[in-house]
Structure formats: C-alpha cells, structure tokens
Design a protein around this ligand. Structure first.
Ligand code: GDP
Length: 225
C-alpha cells in the first residue's frame, strides 16, 4: 500500500529535472533572460528589476518548472577569460540556450567564434541548442525604417541604446558556416527580448519539448565511453 501511494505521489508531484546552460558573450542578456524566465514561469516569483541587472561575472543559477519538467539553468559568465570554463559544465547538461546581442554587430563574429567552439565540443554531441537573437525590442523602436521584422507591437524602452538591430536572417547569414557543425540535433533560432519577455515562453517551451524527447533517445556518445 505504501509503495502504491508513494508511487502515485511521485507520479503526481515529482518533476523530471534537466540541466540547461545559458551561454553567450558578456552583455548579451543572459541574466536578464534567466530573470524573465523565472518571473514568467514561477508563480509569486519576485525577482530584481530587469533593467537593473548587470553583466554576469561567474555564475547565476535558477530553476523553472514547466509542467512535469524542472529546468535547472546555469547562467555562465561570457567574458573571454570565463569562456574557457564553459566546457566544465557540458557533460552534465541536457540543453544549451545561446544568447546573442542582436544590437551588437561589432561583436557578432566574436559571438560566432564562441558558438562554433561550443557546438563542436564532443561533450555536447546531440544536445539541443536554442539560439536567442536577443534585444529585438530595439529593432521595433527603429522598425519604421523597415529592416524586416515587424511582428511585435512594442515601443522604445531605452533611448540611450543603439538604434539598429540585426534581424533573424542577418544572424543566420553571419552564422551560416556553423550550420554543418551543428549536426543532427534540435536547433532553433528564436527572436527574443529578454527585457519585454517576447519570445521567452516560446523558447523555453521548445527547449522543454526537446530535452524531454532526448531522454528517450539512445545515450550520447560521451555516455557510452
Ligand atoms: P549578460 O552579461 O549576458 O548576463 O547580460 P545582462 O542580462 O546583464 O544584460 C546586459 C545589458 O543588456 C543590461 O543593461 C540589460 O538591461 C540589457 N538587455 C538585456 N536584454 C535586453 C533586451 O532584450 N533588450 C534590451 N533593450 N536590452 C537588454
């Protein structure tokens, strides 16, 4: 009877846990994305004011529950000297969220190099990757010029920010030579604003679908050896 009841309890309340890394250059918006996710998915969560977040130095950890899945996020610092620490976390992770600052064209090739290094790591073989083209609210502010993406009805947030923003096709083109290195795995590029929350729910729900599905696939190469 006890076994039956504890089995039922576990079935109803226990969450399956998945570890998801949040990577990207410093200032891309990783911590803002993490805070926005916690605010959207965790009832009664009162985090810090999103506009007061400063760049990640070291590590931030956060948990988000989506249905029966619990995503444990590890938001790692993106400064050059901290990127060498990323691969220490690869073996434990089920998914990666890679954040790009769409307003920072100057550092796009630096971001691509970091992405390429990450994606070719054997320890991440088959791991789903969500690429977030972040800060797309800035595009909207400037979208009267019409650089392609006009889906959102948002307004300028921070008058001091640069007035241009790379579109999803711009970013895909810049990252095009990474396509063959991504291999056979789930990968999605999603327009996002960590500040306003647009695209955040869709991105996280996609990630949950992928990590849950992956559990039922054969183990990754690194797990066999
Ligand atoms: P991290 O270093 O990658 O963790 O980046 P942060 O989350 O600390 O964000 C760096 C800066 O970018 C902060 O000033 C944020 O307010 C700003 N930021 C983050 N996400 C967005 C966004 O979606 N839109 C805009 N306009 N600014 C953002």
């Amino acid at each position: 009877m006890y076994t039956l009841l504890s089995g039922l309890y576990k079935y109803m309340f226990q969450k399956d846990e998945y570890c998801v890394l949040i990577l990207g250059l410093d200032n891309a918006g990783k911590t803002t994305f993490l805070e926005q996710s916690k605010t959207r998915f965790n009832k009664n969560y009162k985090g810090m004011s999103l506009s007061k977040i400063t760049t990640t130095v070291g590590l931030n950890i956060g948990t988000v529950d989506v249905g029966k899945a619990r995503l444990m996020f590890w938001d790692l610092g993106g400064q050059e000297e901290l990127q060498s620490l990323w691969d220490k976390y690869y073996a434990e992770c089920h998914g990666v969220i890679y954040v790009i600052d769409s307003t920072d064209e100057e550092r796009l090739s630096e971001s691509k190099q970091a992405f390429e290094k990450m994606v070719t790591s054997e320890a991440l073989d088959g791991v789903p990757i969500l690429v977030l083209a972040n800060k797309q609210d800035v595009e909207l502010w400037n979208c009267s010029g019409g650089r392609g993406w006009t889906g959102w009805q948002a307004y300028p947030l921070w008058p001091h920010l640069p007035q241009t923003c790379l579109s999803i096709p711009d970013i895909k083109t810049a990252f095009s030579d990474c396509a063959s290195k991504i291999g056979r795995r789930d990968c999605l590029t999603q327009a996002c604003s960590a500040l306003t929350g647009k695209g955040v729910r869709e991105g996280i729900e996609w990630m949950v679908k992928c990590v849950v599905r992956n559990v039922h696939r054969p183990p990754r190469q690194r797990d066999i050896t």
